[in-house]
Ligand binder design. Structure first.
Ligand code: FES
Length: 237
């Protein structure tokens, strides 16, 4: 067993445990955007950065992918950690439409929640923004790449959870976006409209068409359904 301290709370975990898992055991919440439980970490968002001290050496690392070592003293809300999260949010906003009132995910967007939590109201970076066409071809959901933060949760869900492989990350750097093989509209791809990608999206990039007409408090209630894998259908009735 490995013994670590997280925000002053001692915790004992098995070898191979990530900091995020150890924090969960200690009851400490670490913010994540790209992490999906039970999948290998994507490590793309960097929101889960924490400060680790061991034998007098300090470093920053991502809690979702870094395994604990004996004697780690981990800080999840130190000044440095909070500042790095603010910078990450600032960078994300620098290439993200911020007209939240017209976004279907307004009020249930993880990016919006974290920006409020960390006091990031707008970006301080100036520069070009990407402008991609919106894919409205699917009858159940819309994909707006201009609201995408490239966390790959939708891609990992479609490829590794559902096993469909209908979407993937296209291009590199500034031109990077989520798309379909050969660039066909989603409706003409192998997508079967299961809606898992929509549920996985932490922003409004993938949003249910039905949700656009309603506010979260009008429809976000849990109901029993015979098809628990479905993220788009009967729950609205
Ligand atoms: Fe760890 Fe995204 S949650 S890098």
């Amino acid at each position: 067993m490995i013994h670590v301290t997280i925000d002053g709370i001692p915790v004992e975990v098995e070898k191979g445990t990530t900091i995020l898992q150890a924090a969960e055991k200690a009851g400490v919440k670490i913010p994540t955007l790209c992490y999906i439980k039970d999948l290998l970490p994507d490590g793309s968002c960097r929101m889960c950065m924490v400060e680790i001290e061991n034998r007098g050496r300090k470093k920053m690392d991502t809690a979702c992918s870094c395994h604990v070592s004996e004697g780690d003293v981990i800080e999840t809300m130190s000044e440095k950690v909070v500042e790095s999260r603010r910078t990450i949010l600032n960078l994300l906003l620098s290439n993200h439409k911020t007209d939240c009132f017209s976004c279907a995910q307004n009020g249930r967007c993880k990016l919006q929640d974290y920006c409020v939590e960390y006091g990031v109201e707008k970006t301080t970076f100036a520069g070009e923004m990407t402008e991609f066409p919106v894919d409205d071809s699917n009858p159940f959901f819309t994909y707006d790449p201009n609201l995408c933060i490239l966390c790959h949760r939708c891609v990992n869900t479609c490829n590794k959870v559902v096993g469909r492989g209908a979407i993937d990350t296209m291009e590199r750097g500034f031109e990077s976006s989520v798309g379909t093989p050969f660039g066909v509209p989603i409706r003409k791809s192998t997508c079967e409209s299961c809606g898992n990608c929509v549920e996985a999206c932490p922003t409004g990039a993938l949003s249910s068409k039905r949700r656009k007409s309603f506010r979260p408090w009008q429809i976000d209630k849990k109901v029993l359904t015979t098809c628990p894998h479905c993220g788009t259908g009967c729950q609205f009735y």
